[in-house]
Design a binder for this molecule. Structure first.
Ligand code: PFF
Length: 446
C-alpha cells in the first residue's frame, strides 16, 4: 500500500473526473458545433471519436498515473528511466497551466454574471445595450480581475485541503448540483413553443455537411472535452485505487460528458428558437445571446442565476483539475506542503490571468505571433501542446510501455477489449492526432 493520497470511493473517482471533463467546452462549443455541422450526423461521428479515440487515450493516461503512483512530471521518469519520455508530463504541466491563464478569466466573467443576475442588473433594455455591457465589462481593467482573484481563493480553499477532503468532496457535492440544474432547465426548455425547432437544429441528421474537416473538428472536440493530453488524467489516475477498472471508468466518464454536452444543447436551442434569436458559439453565446433570451422569459432573473451557477460549477471543477497537475508536481518534486504548492501555482496563474484579462484593454496592442496574450495561451496550449502531448502519449503507451504492465493496469478486461484499446492507441490515435494538428495549425487544409 502506498501512502499517497487516493480518491476514497469509486463514485468520487467518477465525480472528480467527470468534473474535469465537463466544462465550458460542453456548454458553448459542442452544442453549436453539432448544430452547424450536420446535427445528428455530427453526433454519431462525435460519439464514434469518443469511443474509438477518447476512451483508449483516457485509459493510457490513467494507466501511466496509476502504475507510476506519482505526479505527471515524474510518472514517466519512473516508468521509463533514462529516457526522454517524461517530456509528456512536462508538456501536460505547461499546457494545463497556460489553459488556466485564460480559462480563469472566462470563469471570472461567469461569476460577474452570477453577481449581476442576483442583483437584477443583467437585463438592459435593448440587445445592443446587452452587447455593450459585456464589452464594457470585458475591457475594464480591474473588475474582471477581482473575480479572477475570488476564483483563485475558491480554488485554493478546495485544492489545498487535499485530494480526498478537497477535490473529491467538492466534486461529490458540485457534480450532482450541476446535473440537477441541467435537468430542471431542460425540462423547462422542452415546454417552450420552439422546442421542436430547437431539437431539430441539434439532432436532425444531415450527412451532406460531413467532410474531412468536420470529422477532424469532432476529434479535436473529443480531446478537449475529455481533458486528454494535459496530464490531468495521469495525475488523477495516480489517485485511483487498484480496484478501479480503467476502461469502465473511461466509458462512464465519457458517456456522462457526452450526455452533458447533449443536454446543454437541449437546454439552449429550444430557448433561442422560441425567442427567435439565432444561436452563436463561444463567449458570445453565454454572455450576450443567452441574456438576451433570458430577458424575455418568465422569471428571467431566476433562470439567469441558475444558468450562470451551472456554468460556474462546470468551470470550477475543470479548473480544479487543471490546477492539480502542476500542484501535485511541485509539491512532490520540491517537497512543498500542499498549501505552499497551491499558493505558488496560484501566483503563477494570477500573473497569466492578468496578462490575458488585460489583453482586452491596456495590453490589447501587445502581440506575439500576431496574437494577444489571451489568444496566444489558448492557441499554444490547445493547438500545439495538446496534440504534441497526445501524440507522444499514444506512441509511448502503444509502442514502448511493456504490454503486460498496460494490461495489468486495465484491470479485469476481456482480451478482445484490451486488443481494441491497444490497437487504437498504437495505430488510430497517432495518425488521427497528426491530421488534427496539421488541420488546426493550417499547415494542411482538408
Ligand atoms: N474539459 C474541460 C472543458 O471542456 O471545458 C476543461 C478543459 C480541457 C478546458 C482542456 C480546456 C482545455 F484545453
Amino acid at each position: 500500500m502506498s501512502n499517497r493520497a487516493q480518491f476514497a470511493t469509486k463514485l468520487g473517482v467518477i465525480a472528480a473526473t467527470v468534473g474535469s471533463a465537463v466544462g465550458l467546452g460542453n456548454i458553448w462549443r459542442f452544442p453549436y458545433m453539432a448544430g452547424e455541422n450536420g446535427g445528428g450526423a455530427f453526433l454519431i461521428i462525435y460519439i464514434c471519436c469518443v469511443l474509438v479515440l477518447g476512451i483508449p487515450l483516457m485509459c493510457a493516461e490513467f494507466a501511466i498515473g496509476r502504475k507510476a503512483q506519482t505526479n505527471a512530471g515524474r510518472a514517466l521518469k519512473v516508468l521509463a528511466p533514462k529516457s526522454a519520455w517524461h517530456i509528456i508530463g512536462y508538456i501536460g504541466i505547461l499546457a494545463s497551466t497556460l489553459i488556466l491563464g485564460y480559462y480563469m478569466v472566462i470563469s471570472g466573467w461567469v461569476v460577474e454574471y452570477i453577481y449581476q443576475a442576483i442583483k437584477g442588473e443583467l437585463f438592459a433594455e435593448s440587445a445592443a445595450e446587452i452587447t455593450n455591457n459585456f464589452n464594457t465589462f470585458k475591457t475594464d481593467v480591474f473588475r474582471p480581475l477581482v473575480w479572477v482573484g475570488a476564483l483563485l481563493v475558491i480554488n485554493y480553499l478546495i485544492i489545498s485541503r487535499g485530494v480526498t477532503k478537497g477535490i473529491e468532496k467538492a466534486s461529490n457535492i458540485m457534480m450532482p448540483l450541476l446535473f440537477l440544474i441541467l435537468l430542471v432547465f431542460c425540462g423547462y426548455s422542452l415546454t417552450l413553443p420552439g422546442a421542436l425547432e430547437g431539437l431539430n437544429y441539434l439532432f436532425n441528421p444531415d450527412f451532406s455537411k460531413i467532410d474531412g474537416s468536420v470529422i477532424l473538428a469532432a476529434m479535436g472536440q473529443a480531446f478537449f472535452s475529455l481533458s486528454i493530453g494535459l496530464g490531468i488524467l495521469i495525475t488523477y489516475g495516480s489517485y485511483f485505487k487498484r480496484n478501479v477498472n480503467l476502461p469502465k471508468t473511461g466509458l462512464t466518464v465519457s458517456l456522462l460528458d457526452v450526455l452533458v454536452a447533449i443536454l446543454a444543447g437541449i437546454m439552449i436551442f429550444p430557448i433561442t428558437a422560441s425567442f427567435g434569436i439565432s444561436p452563436t458559439q463561444g463567449p458570445d453565446l453565454i454572455f450576450v445571446t443567452l441574456p438576451n433570451v433570458f430577458k424575455q422569459m418568465f422569471m428571467a432573473d431566476m433562470w439567469a442565476i441558475l444558468f450562470f451557477v451551472f456554468a460556474g460549477v462546470a468551470a470550477l471543477t475543470s479548473t480544479i483539475s487543471l490546477f492539480e497537475v502542476a500542484i501535485a508536481y511541485i509539491s512532490e518534486e520540491f517537497k512543498l506542503s500542499r498549501k505552499k504548492a497551491s499558493f505558488t501555482i496560484m501566483l503563477i496563474v494570477a500573473v497569466l490571468s492578468i496578462l490575458s484579462s488585460l489583453s482586452f484593454s491596456v495590453l490589447s496592442e501587445i502581440k506575439l505571433f500576431d496574437m494577444n496574450f489571451f489568444d496566444l495561451f489558448d492557441y499554444f496550449s490547445a493547438n500545439i501542446l495538446l496534440p504534441v502531448g497526445g501524440f507522444l502519449l499514444s506512441i509511448y503507451v502503444g509502442w514502448v510501455m511493456k504490454k503486460k504492465d498496460f494490461k495489468a493496469e486495465l484491470g479485469e478486461t476481456s482480451t478482445l477489449l484490451y486488443r481494441l484499446i491497444l490497437f487504437s492507441i498504437r495505430f488510430i490515435a497517432p495518425v488521427a492526432i497528426v491530421f488534427i494538428f496539421l488541420s488546426i495549425t493550417g499547415i494542411f487544409k482538408f
